[in-house]
Write a protein that binds this ligand. Sequence first.
Ligand SMILES: NC(=O)c1ccc[n+]([C@@H]2O[C@H](COP(=O)([O-])OP(=O)(O)OC[C@H]3O[C@@H](n4cnc5c(N)ncnc54)[C@H](O)[C@@H]3O)[C@@H](O)[C@H]2O)c1
Ligand SMILES: N[C@H](CO)Cc1c[nH]c[nH+]1
Ligand SMILES: [Zn+2]
Length: 431
Amino acid sequence: MRKLNSSDSNFYSSLDELLSFDATLSPEIESRVAAILADIKSRGDAAVIEYTNRFDRREVKEIGELEVSQEELKAAFDRLPSHEQQALQTACERVRKYHQHQKQASWQYTDEDGTLLGQQITPLDRVGIYVPGGTAAYPSSVLMNAIPAHVAGVPEIIMVSPLRGGAEQDRVMGAAWLAGVTRIFTIGGAQAVAALAFGTETIPAVDKITGPGNAYVAAAKRQVFGQVGIDMVAGPSEILVICDGKTNPDWVAIDLFSQAEHDEVAQAILLCPDEAYITAVEQSIEKLLPEMPRAEIIRTSLKNRGALIKVADLDDACAIANRIAPEHLELSVEEPTLLAAKIRHAGAIFMGAFTSESLGDYCAGPNHVLPTARSARFSSPLGVYDFQKRSSLICVSPDGAHALGQVADILATGEGLPAHALAARLRVRTE
Ligand SMILES: NC(=O)c1ccc[n+]([C@@H]2O[C@H](COP(=O)([O-])OP(=O)(O)OC[C@H]3O[C@@H](n4cnc5c(N)ncnc54)[C@H](O)[C@@H]3O)[C@@H](O)[C@H]2O)c1
Ligand SMILES: N[C@H](CO)Cc1c[nH]c[nH+]1
Ligand SMILES: [Zn+2]
């Protein structure tokens, strides 16, 4: 794992090099995905079956074999051991409660001329949620995508995931049942995104597609954007820990592992002003890594995109954190509130040594679908607002038409648009 010092002259170029990685962009994948999208668009169900058989090594003959009924979802939930059912239910309730706070309401006001102005909020009609399933299928990702859609009042939630059967499938399907998913198709990759975007004879076209996935899914989402809405293009997981040197170093080491274990290009970084503490975390990493079941993935990820960084002080750490704009930021310090006020760019901020990022992945309540690859500079966690739309409301009174008509007349004439000007002027009182 690389060690850096923020006072070194080449520090920012080393940091920028570490951050420049983008696992979701590859010209070769972009062109393969374009071909898959075009094929699904023209051949529908038949192409979905072919790609599913090829990429997910299945032997499907009829499209109906790819849909899972509500009865099967309920049966999957019922098959889970009771402690797993309870854990899913607790997570579901907490995530729902948190997201209920995000629900936007319509508003309006009347101005001095009696003109009503406002904003009307409506849910999307039909959304598609992508739940990754190639290497591992996460039930928590089902909850994090479906619950905000449900809270927003979306009537139809269509889920796709390349499920592979077994207990893992029961967990994902059980979570889908709990979260109120309307229909599920066991398809994945670019073909699933295309089916949701364009619709097929069987799979309904949706208005927006949300959820993370691999480079094929990311490329497909990018390419269908415009035909449908998308939430974001989520890349590999990231964790940044700012520590004042007072947290048990084993806790920090394991928190770094918790995102590094997602995949070999996950990013895990520690910022700390205390050199001796950085050495202690390094020792914890060496001691604990061999015991981890996913040690090989963690080791590669830490080698590729891990860093232990000595900073001048905690203010310096905050400035560097804002440059990194991480998906997850842990403030493992005694006074996290003071530091949080200095953070402008982070998907989620975990405050204090007891707030491990992993609690946020499952059950704290906030969403775990978060901006990655520095996009926290301009985007936000997946939320209820992603499943709601806003329409402006304007109801002009006769007095309002008289006053505003004169203003619009002048502005429209200045823009060289006479029909606009006349439409405004016709409603202006002449006597
Ligand atoms: N940000 C988050 O909240 C979050 C949560 C869970 C997972 N993830 C990320 O999602 C990703 C999941 O990736 P995954 O692969 O396990 O599952 P996935 O479901 O995203 O992708 C599997 C699909 O990829 C397609 N595919 C695979 N190889 C292909 C090829 N050669 N040509 C065309 N298509 C091909 C197949 O159709 C397959 O169904 C990981 O990077 C993981 O870190 C992120
Ligand atoms: N940390 C991931 C998002 O970056 C989400 C996740 C799902 N399961 C465990 N973790
Ligand atoms: Zn995670």
